[in-house]
Design a binder for this molecule. Structure first.
Ligand code: TRP
Ligand code: ZN
Length: 898
């Protein structure tokens, strides 16, 4: 797309420091749902490091301007316009008071100040603060804030904002007030307020240096019984950041607030984190093991932002990965440490596998399409569209590579230097890289390319064994293959790739590693090769037998490895590799290859068959008691349909579904007795325990149930699932049973048992919105059949009284689940899925552009599909392009069609 076709492209190269700085902000709110008055008093001065501007330009959106005063006197040269406020000919340093009005009750965008469930909440990242008051709403303008909130005491008994509570008291007419002060300078995107009828679970803990801290988790009164896990996760996060990074909580008080209308997961506002209820509320009856793990990860993530994001923030939004990539890395390490400590590699590996699976399925796909962008993008139209898998997940892999190169201690030294240099500043990704480089005495100039090049690198591997010389050479070649045009433009040269490798002998043990030029073999049997050129050969010496290479151990870089393993070699790695990640990886490669072959056959109508050796490899994992249940579950789960379709020359969701179902059925029938034995063995009777061990048992048992539900004769499995549904004392088992019932009956157009369970589930959890979300999602993602296509079920559910398009969680549970997590049904040949998608994108566009733009992305890979589907998708995209209003959705569909 020519940039001229898209007005308002923001470019990284155009960064200029702000003409003015704001040192202090005093905000006063008179909170009334339809008409909230905001008075904003700022100390403003010219920025000595910027070029002169006579006018002061403030950003503002959807505000009603009331008045401006400068140094106490009315200021007449203030002009409000669509994008903000211009003050002509201002002095060099002055106190500015602006008064404006906004309408939180009508704010369905959930950006700025809004009402949810009768309470007030804010969301300011990235550019929501300008919807509350006129401001220099950019992250390199940092100020200290004091906030006074006034509201009806009966309707809004709790009044919260960032930092410490200074004062509170009653006012005339049944109103009251609270005054808060945040002692730390912060950019406006970290501002928050909350007002309403809320209650808190409280704890007092001592931080590392002995100071007492008040911790609170604020929720609606009926949710107080679901706050314990979030509180425990917060306490663990505080401890972890102290011990792993020496970083202490810097406020006397730290608050988490849950809200059910929220665009994303959670927000790290200073001292007042605001969370989607989905990432706070949990008890065993309502939340699955996955929910518990996600809550721990997100609570950790937002807490860790206090240092990586808040104390050191971003200079501009192009640097978003500076805080997000780093903080995702930190939350991943936190979860791994919680599960396995620093040394239990197998337990750590399950977390690693889950993270890599997400990266490969979602980020690799993003990098292959029209939204491909570098970890540090060069331009954007709407910044909200760049809170992406690339910025977050690939960004986290980039941070992880520093640790892989320098070790944990070297990484810690780099972090220490980063805070020493930049505490209190708004900085860039380059500043972070330089801190890591300098602390470790390294030049990381080449490493910069990880921030500026889009697309997924491919590393192809050739090996050669010279028996006479006992030499084994590994030749690595890097490139990007045939990537998307959006990515190709950014590609300049080879990357510094930390490539972890091990060599495995015939007995399955690791061989000693000695590179040419070294005097002896190292103790470690994994070596991180620094691969920096387009092609490079590494030669190992004193290799007594021809080894099998274990490549990219622990997924040491976000790349695709190409190596011609035979099926037998993969089965051998699956059985023996000392690197647990690569054991899993071998199984995935084996399965992926088999499934893609089968999908190719299914696409052309050739009958399907599966080699017995593949069944045997799976049987060995299933029955290998030396492996943890959690690992076995991951190894036995086939690659997702979305991932497989992505790997095809032409994505064919129906063929992928047929192939994957064929393999699942074959594995179910061939290993029926083993699945049943595993099911029985891994039951977890007694009280629910949230430990990683117990959740591993449940995961493996429920995977067995899902395979048993695939049997040609599923009657026994249906009985098991019904019994499990009725007896369940936790949501993991109950929802897994419901899902098995739905899928076991799908081929026959449904069953009495499935319908009864579905009805029971609804009645039982009618008052728990997060569980009702699951009820919608399970139906939207269920298997369909010719006589009962899922689109019909989804359309019916759209009219259900509990459905509400304005609530993002509910919209995601039904619409996104169908459009993004049920590919075989969504991509129906008749185009019914695409028509539905277009309707919903257009409807959401008018309500909530951020959410609409996320949904819009589910068609972005349209060019990679089979011709019929491609045409249907293009038509739907064009329809949306012709009707859409928001900049958010427009950017997505225009890039897709360009
Ligand atoms: N910074 C938040 C995080 O990653 C996410 C975030 C960005 C967000 N923009 C948002 C959350 C808008 C809600 C709404 O932790
Ligand atoms: Zn974040």
């Amino acid at each position: 797309m020519a940039d001229t076709a898209t007005p308002n492209v923001i470019r990284r190269a155009d960064y200029a420091p702000p003409a003015f700085l704001i040192d202090t902000v005093a905000l006063e709110f008179d909170l009334i749902p339809e008409r909230t008055v905001v008075r904003n008093t700022m100390r403003v001065r010219r920025n000595p490091d910027a070029s002169h501007a006579s006018n002061f330009e403030l950003m503002g959106e959807q505000l009603e301007f009331v008045s401006a005063t400068i140094d106490g006197a009315p200021f007449a040269q203030a002009h409000a316009h669509e994008h903000g406020l211009t003050l002509d000919n201002v002095p060099d340093s002055f106190e500015l008071t602006l008064t404006s009005i906004c309408n939180p009750a009508e704010n369905t965008t959930l950006s700025g100040l809004y009402v949810s469930g009768g309470n007030f909440f804010t969301q300011c990242e990235a550019e929501g603060f300008r919807r509350i008051t006129y401001f220099l709403d950019r992250p390199d303008v940092m100020a200290t804030f004091t906030v006074t909130l006034r509201a009806s005491k009966a309707d809004y008994p709790v009044l919260l904002s960032n930092g410490n509570l200074l004062e509170e008291g009653d006012l005339p007419d049944g109103r009251h007030f609270a005054r808060w002060e945040d002692p730390f300078r912060k950019p406006s995107y970290l501002f928050a307020l909350v007002a309403g009828k809320l209650v808190a679970l409280e704890e007092r803990v001592k931080s590392g240096s002995g100071k007492e801290k008040l911790l609170q988790v604020w929720v609606e009164p009926h949710d107080l019984d679901k706050t314990r896990h979030a509180m425990d996760s917060l306490i663990n996060s505080i401890r972890w950041d102290e011990s792993r990074f020496g970083l202490e909580l810097d406020l006397d008080r730290f608050m988490i607030v849950a809200v059910s209308d929220f665009n994303m997961g959670a927000m790290e506002n200073k001292g007042l984190n605001i969370f989607n209820t989905k990432y706070v509320l949990a008890n065993p009856e309502t939340a699955t093991d996955t929910d518990f793990a996600n809550i721990e990860a997100v609570v950790g993530h937002e807490y860790f932002h206090n240092w990586t994001g808040n104390r050191v923030t971003c200079r501009d939004w192009f640097q978003l990965s500076l805080k997000e990539g780093l903080t995702v890395f930190r939350d991943q390490e936190f979860s791994a440490d919680m599960a396995g400590g620093a040394t239990d590699e197998a337990a750590r590996a399950t977390k690693r596998i889950e993270d890599v699976r997400v990266l490969r399925q979602m980020q690799f796909a993003e990098d292959a399409g029209p939204m491909a962008h570098p970890v540090r993008p060069e331009s954007y139209v709407e910044i909200n569209n760049f809170y992406t898998m690339t910025v977050y997940e690939k960004g986290s892999e980039v941070v992880r590579m520093y640790q892989t190169l320098f070790g944990r201690d070297g990484f810690r030294k780099g972090m220490d230097l980063y805070f020493k240099r930049h505490d209190g500043q708004a900085v860039t990704c380059d500043d972070f890289r330089h801190a890591l480089a300098d602390a470790n005495g390294r030049d990381l100039a080449q490493f910069e390319r990880w921030y500026s090049q889009a697309g997924t690198p491919r590393v192809s591997v050739r090996t050669q064994y010279d028996a006479a010389q006992q030499r084994y050479s590994v030749t690595l070649t890097q490139g990007y293959g045939d990537t998307a045009p959006a990515a190709r433009e950014t590609q300049k040269g080879p990357l510094l790739i930390p490539f972890a490798i091990g060599l495995i002998g015939k007995d399955g043990h690791d061989l000693p590693l000695q590179l040419e030029g070294e005097t002896r073999a190292s103790e470690a049997t994994t070596r991180v090769l620094e691969f920096t050129q387009t092609e490079q050969t590494f030669t190992f010496v004193n290799v007594a037998q021809e080894p099998l290479p274990s490549l990219l151990r622990n997924f040491s870089a976000p790349v695709i490895v190409e190596y011609d393993y035979s099926a037998d070699q993969l089965a051998f790695l699956l059985a023996h590799d000392s690197d647990p990640f690569n054991r899993w990886e071998a199984g995935q490669r084996l399965a992926t290859r088999e499934l893609l072959t089968l999908a190719g056959r299914a696409a052309t109508g050739v009958p399907l068959q599966l080699d017995d050796s593949v069944v045997a490899a799976f049987a060995r994992v299933l029955t290998d008691e030396t492996l943890s249940p959690a690992f076995r579950e991951l190894a036995l789960m086939l690659p997702s349909e979305a991932y497989l379709a992505e790997q095809m020359a032409e994505s064919n969701p129906a063929a992928v579904h047929a192939a994957r179902q064929f393999v699942r059925k074959r594995l179910a029938n061939a290993l029926r007795a083993d699945w049943l034995a595993v099911y029985e063995k891994h039951r977890t009777p007694g009280a629910y325990e949230a430990t990683p061990e117990a959740s591993g048992h449940r995961a493996l048992k429920n995977l067995a149930l899902s395979y048993l539900a695939e049997l040609d004769d599923p009657a026994g499995a249906v009985r098991l699932a019904s019994a499990q549904y009725d007896a369940a004392n936790n949501m993991t088992d109950r929802s897994a049973a419901l899902s098995a019932l739905l899928n076991a009956s799908a081929a026959n157009g449904g069953s009495v048992e499935a319908q009864q369970a579905l009805d029971d589930f609804y009645r039982r959890f009618e008052k728990e919105p997060l569980v009702i979300d699951k009820w919608f999602a399970l139906q939207a993602t269920q298997r369909g059949s010719a006589q009962r296509p899922v689109i019909e079920i989804v359309r019916k559910l759209m009219a259900h009284p509990a459905f509400n398009l304005k609530n993002p969680n509910r919209a995601r549970s039904l619409i996104f689940s169908f459009c993004a997590a049920n590919p075989a049904q969504f991509h129906a040949e008749d185009g019914s899925g695409y028509a539905f998608w277009a309707e919903q994108v257009i409807a959401l566009d008018a309500i909530n552009p951020q959410v609409a733009a996320r949904l819009a992305r589910s068609l972005e890979l349209w060019r990679r599909f089979t011709p019929t589907l491609r045409d249907g998708m293009r038509a739907a995209l064009e329809k949306v392009a012709s009707q859409v209003k928001s900049r958010d959705v427009r950017e997505i569909v225009e890039k897709a069609l360009a």
